[in-house]
Design a protein around this ligand. Sequence first.
Ligand code: TYD
Ligand code: MG
Length: 456
Amino acid sequence: MKVKTVFFCSECGYESPKWLGKCPACSSWNTMVEETVKPESNKSLAAAGLGKKNAAPRPLKDITLGGEHRWKTHIAELDRVLGGGIVRGSMVLVGGDPGIGKSTLLLQMCETVAAEGGILYISAEESAKQIKMRADRLGVTNPKILLLAETELGGICQAISDTAPSVVIIDSVQTVSSDGITSAAGSVSQVREVTQTLMRIAKENAISVFIVGHVTKEGAIAGPKVLEHMVDCVLYFEGERHQMHRILRAVKNRFGSTNEIGVFEMSDSGLAEVTNPSLMLLSGRPENASGSCVICALEGTRPMLVEVQALVSRSNFPAPRRMATGVDYNRVSLLIAVLEKRVGLNLATQDAYVNVTGGIRIDEPAADLGIALAIASSFKNAVIPNNVLAIGEIGLTGEVRAVGSIEKRIAEGAKLGFDTIIIPSANEKKLDLPQGVTVHKVSHLLDTLRFFNKSF
Ligand code: TYD
Ligand code: MG
């Protein structure tokens, strides 16, 4: 077959017959890479399994789902992120930094899913012996798990059709290559071809496919963005390498919510589920130190208590340094501006560092009040007592605005012994308070600060 040379944008997968400095699709510079491909007609239609002749339109109400269509992984944290289990015929992309635990998680999942059907684990990175060693360590012994060390797509497809498994794991998509394409494994056209072929197999045979994807330095899954568009579900496995806990986050899910997270802890016998993340995240919290405040963030349906720390100190630079880890930098700048203008704190000459402990990322406005309190507390060197939980969004005039699911957040605080809970007075409705909890309703940031310290 005739081979032609084309250029792909390594960011978005845009295809062009000639080199371009700037990608016309995603406007990024210097991202075009040259690759050779075999021309194929109607590639994308075939990939989606839509090219078949017998596909006539049918009334929506006549389409049946047929029996149970989800497999439980029996790892509750993983099931939640997947939206209640593995959907039959779905394709899931698991991304994350090297060494974060992707292979470990998927191998552990094999053991628990094998109860429901056959598993084929394809390793294109490690030898069968290496996988076996890891499996022994994790206690993965189920005889229904088949293992194959293979990097060629044809061989992988053959193995899938020979063994007819329910779940296939490909570790990783960047190390698998198709002989039909001359460019190296991990290149845009290879990754696209591998994903499309596996997608077709998954949809046609109702096999669920998990693919592992490496992450670039910038934190995105390596390869074209189309990879993320193609699959049904994209999960990111994140965490600091020197910290024990790992967070599994859904960034795309066609079968469930994308707000859910799963929390795991890496131990010497693999990943253990963390069913009470608040307790873990608050352990090691300093006693009566200024600049620390606990907030309650809602991750999907689950409330989670996290500590926000701030350090404000005199700046030696003409433009003070501002840093935010785990929260949006712009949000912190906004809160500092509100503290300056509406509360009258002179922060313009101060460096300010804000950190969410435990490597967690918070992107919920309900954390505003806690962040502002931590900054003010560090500035004034005034301690916020350890039994205080702060919940509320802050507006530009310094007003404290209502937040959703307030009762859930209060209940989580009460469970972990927080008996003084600051909430927005705009959360009007009568609350069903747990025993021993006092709620203070506040309407402005200044009132809140004065509640702790009269000198504000
Ligand atoms: P791995 O699953 O190989 O990561 P990935 O596939 O994402 O690259 O995980 C490797 C790390 O996990 C490695 O640094 C060792 C650690 N680990 C443990 O701490 N305990 C264990 O039981 C296992 C299997 C791995
Ligand atoms: Mg691995």
